[in-house]
Design a protein around this ligand. Structure first.
Ligand SMILES: Nc1ncnc2c1ncn2[C@@H]1O[C@H](COP(=O)(O)OP(=O)(O)O)[C@@H](O)[C@H]1O
Ligand SMILES: [Mg+2]
Length: 242
């Protein structure tokens, strides 16, 4: 089953936007998509007016699911109210999450996925997710490929490339980089994508403000039979299968 981890070059840059757009697109194509945000901070109770703006609510909406106690818990079993790094938000509630519990829950979801499984991470790639683990540890333990979401703000190129290089050094397969247009960005997202593209061995695509999921993003999420250009690093290798 195709499974994809949505990692961020930072936080508040478009991971949930891209995840929701991708989910909607794949569902519209008739795919059975399960999209999860296992660990979420900044999630008020379901009956609070701000719940609708939470990642959990947005991802349930993208899946055409009404927010109920059951659907919320099934999408985001670990939810914290404070909009902080999840380990800090958990501590404020006198709670703590252990990486094996998070990984075990995700693995069980992977095992029972009928078709495509999409997991949105938290914050940036190396944001803490538990007192002693980062999002990178979580992703490596799952052993699934990543889609890296970048912004297009000034400085986004370095943030994206740093995250891509970290994934490469840790042998995490990178399916694609999605540049989501940041508000007030000084250049179009295509300019950011053009700077990232020759330095990364994966497709680099853009989502403008309020844009739907681009075809190339749906392509990479559907499965492994996709080719992408080689790194412009002198090897001269043609595009190869993911
Ligand atoms: N391409 C985009 N078009 C319109 N709004 C966007 C886009 N990318 C991000 N946003 C908005 O910016 C805010 C932060 O994005 P979000 O997806 O929640 O980031 P993250 O999940 O990385 O924290 C949200 O309000 C989101 O709807
Ligand atoms: Mg998010």
């Amino acid at each position: 089953m195709p499974a994809l981890f949505i990692a961020g070059a930072g936080t508040e840059i478009g991971k949930t936007y891209v995840t929701a757009a991708l989910t909607r697109r794949l569902i519209a194509e008739g795919r059975r998509v399960r999209t999860l945000k296992p660990l979420a901070s900044g999630v008020p109770p379901l009956d609070h007016p701000d719940f609708a703006a939470s990642d959990t609510a947005r991802l349930l909406d993208a899946q055409g699911l009404a927010p109920t106690p059951e659907t919320v818990a099934a999408c985001s079993p670990w939810r914290y109210v404070a909009p902080l790094a999840p380990d800090q938000a958990a501590a404020l509630e006198g709670r703590a999450l252990a990486l094996p519990d998070l990984v075990g829950w995700c693995r069980a979801e992977m095992a029972r996925a009928e078709d495509i499984l999409i997991i949105e991470g938290v914050g940036g790639l190396m944001s803490p997710v538990t007192p002693d683990a980062t999002g990178l540890d979580w992703l490596k333990a799952l052993g699934i490929p990543a889609l890296l979401v970048s912004g297009s703000y000034l400085g986004a190129i370095s943030h994206a490339l740093t995250a891509c290089e970290t994934l490469r050094l840790h042998a995490v397969p990178l399916r694609a980089v999605a540049v989501s247009e940041s508000p007030g960005a000084p250049t179009p997202p295509e300019t950011v994508a053009a700077a990232i593209r020759p330095r990364v061995a994966a497709p680099v695509l853009c989502l403008g403000r309020d844009a739907p999921c681009p075809d190339e993003l749906a392509d990479v999420a559907r499965g492994p039979q996709v080719s992408y250009p080689s790194r412009r690093d002198g090897t001269g290798e043609p595009g190869r299968a993911l």
